[in-house]
Design a protein around this ligand. Structure first.
Ligand code: B3K
Ligand code: ZN
Length: 870
């Protein structure tokens, strides 16, 4: 596969100030006529001889230059995925007509059909499947788009910008023309044609302009758009208030489509969403999915400035828009919900998903230096670690200077395609800080490890902090980073000790060297509260005593540190079971008093209590043990869960009953109570499943939430508790499938509940799910629900000792690769723990993946080669 390198970046040779598209949607094929005005880029002094345009899966029908028909061979040549016109003039108009087949596009890139409608996905390099174009983000063009289609089948014709013309055509057809006044890279182009229902509203911007808001979905889903509309309006107001960013067009539209490779896409003025990230109704949608809709709607909206008005120079800069926009959506969610809970959720996700990526074969810098397929770099590292890098700059500058710096960034680079360096330069300019060392966060892969040691003598408390980043593939030697470490020191009662003459209780230490020593004058030996708020994306090592962890969990005012203390207690207990042969029951005398204290305070913040009381996932536990032995991890975690369920059964029963709701409510407080209640019930069900509690009594109670559901969170939670713990479910799985057969997003959950049943037997069950009439290989959500859930969320099944999970995995990847290479490659990264596995498993997984390597697509091959270490 050809490799693209950051070091080879050159500005584009030609610019395209204007693009006029005419898209004629016909049954079986589509004709795209593109008129591009081309102008040599004065920045390219070397004046390349050839004009080179990208184009894939296009059938070229005609090509004219300033009205003159060009001939193949003499005037142009098709060179693989490129169109080459030698000796092109400095200024000219190029008109091409191409034929494409959206009906046969299962890769879901470019123009394709989903459930009877047409839609597009162009980021990163999908526009080249629509027409010949310089498909790179630093070519910004003003687009005018006319769409023609049959009027009765496709009454709605949408594109970016504002509608400027529409009318009837012969043969029952019609057309619409849209004009986007903002120059944009072609990856932000979008088009939709279909018969959709619309929820309309308006938003008045800070400067008093009225913006039409339109959300589109299939007619039967019209009642599921209210939450997205509400989230959108709150996001628009928030961005004005917090970042000073106002919306710029007269209309903002979101279209829901069922076949979609990712969550959503920020096309200018016309966002296209996976139905799973926009539709929400209490009857069909869980609380977690409601929260996701809120954050994804906001995320895509925020891209209008961080990504669209100011875009990326090249795809190596992807985190410029993604890391920044994730930071923005996290801040939005924090302001809309409980900040402490949102922070812990975000950190949990980073530590348990991005850290493993950064410590395994897929590790890469937030700004990678090279790639084969850019699709493979839409990663947790670029998004989540990228957001942490922005968050650290927010911490280093303080909120006021950070806002001044983002104002400067948006103003200075409006309408331009820029780099991560340009972003940091604004931070430096406003604050006067030197961030040269800080920028290593962008270029160096791997999770830094901070090792903290301490010593207390004669009233002096000394902390030593060492930083070390382990080697990652291709990067053996690491340099020290600039790391903000927020800390407090707690006394025996868990109260913060004054750290200086002003009596400050909290300080931020900026590490720069490999080893740094700090000293504090204190009346007693403290409990250190380190990395408060998770002030940097590092792995912290400090030899906490159990007493210190209990103090932190009980008294720390920092939500992250409390959660981290609880996690450390659980990991330690699980390590004693896995490594030292202790039993789950052995852990109870140490754990239950701690848990009881959290339960006693649970009503202060039920959502936070649920986070503190929940055991880590099997993946999280497995990642802390080498070699990885998934079955013993599963035994330990499920054994400990059942033991805690039994030992604290009275508390769980009381919580479950006290937190029963009279009627459904959708506000944050009600969601928090549901979350804690579901956790309590899950503990009871775990204990009942292992025979430690009366299984019938528990199953009866659980089943009530299923039989008289007030919302999907409870119905699905109950179903999961029954099915995962082998409790009598009495045909409820079948009843659920029958009831929700016409709701694809609910059926995804039904598939996922079954694919996540722990234990090797689930592989056979998953084979059955793949053969179910409702399973579709061409529907990414469904594939993720079965294969993704099994591979990424069910280690004791995926790593079945007989290798059957790997066989299913390899077969699924091969099958998917022929349909949708992006999805295949994304799923393949589920094999990234290969080298950590105990040898008998590693051999089988390696063999299964090597088997499918020949003939793999460029997308899949890049991931397989990394995992296999080829
Ligand atoms: N920018 C898109 C992601 C596109 C992924 C292309 N493979 C969604 C987002 O991050 O907002
Ligand atoms: Zn994004």
């Amino acid at each position: 596969n050809p490799v693209t390198r950051l070091a080879d970046y050159q500005p584009p040779a030609w610019l395209v100030p204007d693009t006029t598209l005419d898209v004629d949607l016909r049954d079986g094929h589509t004709l795209v006529t593109a008129r591009l005005t081309l102008r040599r880029n004065p920045e390219r002094a070397d004046k390349p001889e050839d004009l080179v345009l990208d184009g894939e899966h296009l059938e070229l029908r005609s090509l004219t230059l300033d009205g003159r028909e060009l001939n193949p061979g003499d005037d142009y040549r098709l060179d693989g995925p490129r169109l080459v016109i030698p000796g092109a003039p400095d200024h000219f108009t190029l008109t091409s007509v191409v034929r494409i087949e959206p009906e046969n596009n299962t890769a879901l890139e470019g123009l394709y059909r989903s459930n009877g409608m047409y839609c597009t996905q162009c980021e990163a390099e999908g526009f080249r499947r629509i027409t010949f174009f310089p498909d790179r983000p630093d070519v910004l063009s003003r687009f005018t788009t006319t769409i023609h289609a049959d009027k009765s089948a496709y009454p709605l014709l949408l594109s970016n910008g504002n509608p400027v013309d529409a009318g009837e055509e012969q043969g029952g057809r019609h057309y619409a023309t849209w004009e986007d006044p903002f120059p944009k890279p072609c990856y932000l182009f979008a088009l939709v044609a279909g018969d959709l229902a619309c929820l309309s509203d308006t938003f008045i911007t800070a400067s008093g302009r009225e913006v039409a808001l339109r959300l589109y979905a299939e007619h039967r889903d019209l009642d599921k758009l209210d939450h997205a509309m509400d989230s959108l309006k709150r996001a628009m107001a928030w961005d004005e208030r917090v970042f000073g960013r106002e919306y710029d067009l007269d209309i903002f539209q979101i279209v829901a489509v069922s076949h979609f490779n990712m969550g959503a896409m920020e096309n200018k003025g016309l966002n296209i969403f996976n139905t799973s990230c926009v539709l929400a109704h209490p009857d069909t949608t869980t609380d977690a999915a409601f929260e996701r809709v809120e954050s994804v709607v906001a995320h895509e909206y925020f891209h209008n400035w961080s990504g669209n008005r100011v875009t990326c120079r090249d795809w190596f800069q992807l985190s410029l828009k993604e890391g920044f926009t994730v930071f923005r959506d996290q801040e939005f969610s924090s302001d809309m919900n409980s900040r402490a809970v949102v922070r812990v959720e975000n950190v949990d996700f980073l530590v348990n998903h991005q850290f493993p990526e950064d410590q395994g074969p897929m590790a890469h810098p937030v700004r990678p230096a090279a790639y084969q397929k850019i699709d493979n770099f839409y990663t947790l590292t670029v998004y989540e670690k990228g957001a942490e890098i922005v968050r650290m700059q927010h911490e280093l500058l303080g909120a006021d200077d950070f806002r001044r710096a983002t104002d400067l960034y948006f103003e200075r680079f409006d309408g331009q395609a820029v780099t991560c360096d340009d972003f940091v330069a604004c931070m430096e300019e406003v604050s006067g800080l030197d961030l040269a060392q800080f920028k290593r966060w962008y270029s160096q892969a791997g999770t830094p490890v901070l090792t903290v040691t301490d010593d207390y003598r004669d009233g002096e408390y000394r902390l030593t902090i060492e930083q070390h980043t382990p080697a990652t593939p291709g990067e053996p030697d690491k340099q020290p980073l600039m790391i903000p470490v927020k800390l407090a020191l707690l006394d025996g009662q868990g109260r913060p000790l004054p750290l200086d003459d002003q009596g400050r209780a909290e300080t931020v230490v900026i590490l720069r060297e490999t080893r740094e020593a700090l000293s504090f004058q204190l009346p007693e030996r403290p409990t250190p509260s380190l990395l408060r708020g998770f002030s940097a994306p590092v792995s912290l090592r400090y030899d906490f005593s159990e007493e210190q962890l209990v103090t932190l969990l009980a008294h720390d005012t920092d939500g992250f540190c409390r959660w981290d203390a609880a996690q450390r207690l659980y990991f330690a207990a699980l390590a004693r079971i896995i490594d030292d042969g202790e039993s789950a029951a052995d852990q109870l005398p140490r754990l239950t008093p701690v848990l009881e204290r959290v339960i006693a305070r649970a009503d202060e913040d039920p959502a936070q209590a649920a986070l503190l009381l929940g055991l880590p996932t099997e993946n999280a536990v497995g990642d802390r043990h080498t070699p990885l032995r998934p079955q013993s991890v599963h035994q330990a975690v499920s054994g400990l869960r059942a033991a805690i369920g039994e030992a604290l059964a009275e508390h769980w029963w009381r919580l479950a009953k006290d937190l029963e709701a009279d009627a459904y409510q959708g506000d944050g407080a009600a969601m928090g109570r549901r979350r804690l209640r579901r956790l309590a019930i899950a503990y009871l069900a775990a204990a009942a499943g292992q025979g430690a509690l009366d299984a019938d009594q528990v199953a009866d109670y659980v089943a009530r939430d299923f039989d008289q559901p007030d919302c999907m969170t409870n119905a699905l939670g109950a179903l999961r508790d029954l099915v995962h713990n082998g409790l009598a479910q009495n045909g409820r799985l079948e009843a659920f499938a029958e009831r929700w057969a016409d709701e694809p997003l609910v059926m995804d959950q039904w598939f996922a509940v079954q694919a996540s049943v722990p234990g090797p037997d689930t592989v056979a069950r998953a084979e059955g799910l793949l053969a179910h009439p409702a399973f579709e290989w061409t529907l990414p959500n469904r594939v993720r629900a079965v294969v993704g859930t099994l591979v990424n969320g069910n280690p004791s099944a995926f790593h079945a000792p007989d290798g059957s999970g790997y066989a299913l995995f390899a077969r699924a990847l091969k099958k998917l690769d022929g349909i949708n290479p992006q999805i295949a490659a994304r799923l393949a990264s589920g094999g990234a723990r290969l080298k950590r596995l105990e040898p008998a498993l590693a051999d089988q997984l390696g063999a299964a993946l090597r088997d499918i390597r020949p003939g793999a697509s460029a997308n899949l091959a890049e991931v397989l080669d990394r995992i296999l270490g080829a």
